[in-house]
Design a binder for this molecule. Structure first.
Ligand code: PMP
Ligand code: GLU
Length: 397
């Protein structure tokens, strides 16, 4: 059997793989603590579940329009208006099977072979894979703690070429928790408009934001940048609905129309029942996400403070999402029981074998001197898991 070049270029998602590994070990009775979780540990709110049950009882179980039911698209437009100050017509919105699917579709309809897509690193693992599948080339801008893991206008300018098609922005960021300010986004928007590049703004963590940070959608910064931005969002993180698979994209009518055509021939509509549940989610008061964010903030504070007390580890305070992106460069070249750590995967394997703790290596996020720890896990797990890590790491020489 010969796989297509396209298929050969795809690697499995390390975030999903390691989360599955933690689950499998736990099912075998092994006491592992998993810091892999890319999803809130809260249950989907009851009123959302009830709406799905109602949809089933009413027989709302057939195909819907490919781009989503009109009521849901209306609710999404209202959300954009209320939360982000963005005016979209329902014809500028497409509902997909998760934000991941929305992002995939955008890459498919905008990118040609040889196009370049600028992806600031550290990046969420799926962006570069999706660019590769679309036949385009990811152009990485490396960022570090010194700029708060954010790109500067100068860095962006230096990476734009005649082939640049797209820039991928993700604020709040997975994995770093970085949140761009209005002023920072204005500078980036100016360059995107001047250099005529498209922007994807992945805003899936918009409601999980802490301290004085404010979420600003780059698309809201003027009509020119709005015209070339595709805003991506979804219900997965805000309403703890990762399994329901509803995400959406909004922007240029022609691009959205092309995505709808692509969905016509790939997935058709996202699940009818999940669409009704998403409608209930988007039309409910904002308390649920606020409460979640309050709880995550407590866990974040404890995690970041504790990590910074472990010799060899350091972590800047994330302002959004639910990940601590921990610098491990102080451990590189050190060994535990003759196992020397030279990569983020090396440390991940060591911590799994010796501490029964699952972390996510930074390598697949374009940052091999980091690991990602999710704080969307219970405080008990955070306390125990970090203590176990400390016990192993303090013996590394
Ligand atoms: N963007 C980012 C940055 C994410 O972390 C995720 C989480 N998987 C997604 C998009 C996709 O979310 P979903 O497909 O569940 O809507
Ligand atoms: N976005 C989450 C994460 O980064 C979920 C897993 C995935 O879809 O990659 O862990």
């Amino acid at each position: 059997m010969t796989l297509s070049r396209r298929a050969q270029s795809i690697s499995p998602s390390p975030t999903l793989a390691l989360t599955a590994k933690a689950r499998a070990l736990r099912a075998k009775g092994i006491d592992v603590i998993g810091f892999g979780a890319g999803e809130p540990d809260f249950d989907t709110p009851d009123h959302i579940k009830k709406e799905a049950v109602k949809a089933i009882s009413e027989g709302f179980t057939k195909y819907t329009p490919t781009s989503g039911i009109p009521e849901l698209k209306e609710a999404i437009c209202k959300k954009f208006k209320d939360d982000n100050g963005l005016d979209y017509d329902p014809s500028q919105v497409v509902v997909s099977c998760g934000a991941k699917h929305s992002l995939y579709n955008i890459m498919q309809v905008l990118c040609d072979e040889g196009d370049e897509v600028i992806v600031p690193a550290p990046y969420w693992v799926s962006y570069t894979e999706q660019v590769n599948v679309a036949g385009a080339k990811p152009v990485i801008i490396d960022t570090k703690e010194d700029t708060g893991f954010k790109i500067t206008p100068k860095m962006l300018g230096n990476h734009i070429s005649d082939r640049t098609k797209l820039l991928v922005m993700n604020s709040p960021s997975n994995p770093t928790g970085a949140v761009y300010s209005r002023q920072e986004l204005e500078a980036i928007a100016r360059i995107a408009v001047d250099r005529k590049i498209w922007v994807i703004s992945d805003e899936i963590y918009e409601k999980l934001i802490y301290d004085d940070a404010k979420h600003v959608s780059i698309a809201s910064l003027g009509s020119e940048i709005k015209a070339r931005t595709l805003v991506v969002n979804g219900v997965s993180k805000t309403y703890s609905m990762t399994g329901w698979r509803i995400g959406y994209a909004a922007g240029d009518k022609q691009v959205i129309g092309a995505i709808s055509n692509l969905q016509d021939h790939s997935t058709s509509n996202p699940t009818s029942i999940s669409q009704r549940a998403a409608l209930a989610a988007l039309t409910s008061p904002p308390e649920f996400a606020r409460q979640m964010a309050q709880e995550f903030k407590k866990r974040r504070d404890y995690m970041v403070e504790t990590v910074n007390r472990i010799p060899g580890l350091s972590c800047i305070m994330p302002k959004g999402a639910f990940y601590a992106f921990v610098n491990i460069s102080g451990l590189m070249g050190k060994a535990f029981k003759e196992k020397t750590v030279n990569t983020s995967m090396g440390l991940t394997e060591l911590l799994l074998a010796e501490a029964n703790v699952v972390v996510i290596p930074g390598g697949p996020f374009g940052a091999d001197d980091h690991i990602r720890l999710s704080y969307a896990v219970s405080m008990d797990h955070i306390v125990t898991g970090l203590e176990r890590m400390h016990q192993v790491i303090k013996q590394m020489k």
